[in-house]
Design a protein. Sequence first.
Length: 172
Amino acid sequence: MDPGRPDILQVALFQEDWQERQRFGRPRPVPLRWKSLIFVDTGAWYASEVEDDVNHAAARKFLAKMSTGTHGVPLTTDYVLDEAITLLRSRRNLATAASFIDKVRSSKSVRIVWVDASLFDRAIELFRSSDRRTWSFTDCSSFALMKQLSISEAFAFDMHFEEAGFTVRPNP
């Protein structure tokens, strides 16, 4: 990535914010590179939806804080959503999984990044170079994206993020 040229995600979010702010008469948007971002992982999504999950209360409480913008713009990937939807479908049911994805896709605050060829290649490099056998390929794609966008925090209950050098929220 050329440091002098904005990333595709930055451009897309800047344009989206600009258009929305123009419609509602708000001031100029803050470019994404100046916004705080927090990565949302599979376990956090799952815990927020499943009442009997051990992390449900912590997930709901942290989501409420995130909704105020306290921890920045929530960002996730299609790979993470795939995992969360599949987990909800297999451990719960289709209705729960469908309701979850509808909420995420209609959210005005959650940003979804689609894993493209470049991010996929960086994830492969990280996956191959990692001596952490428990890191999934989805974990590696998440870590690669977080490094690319300088995201330091993850809303996760997966300690792999801590192993990779990121700050996990909520604090254990």
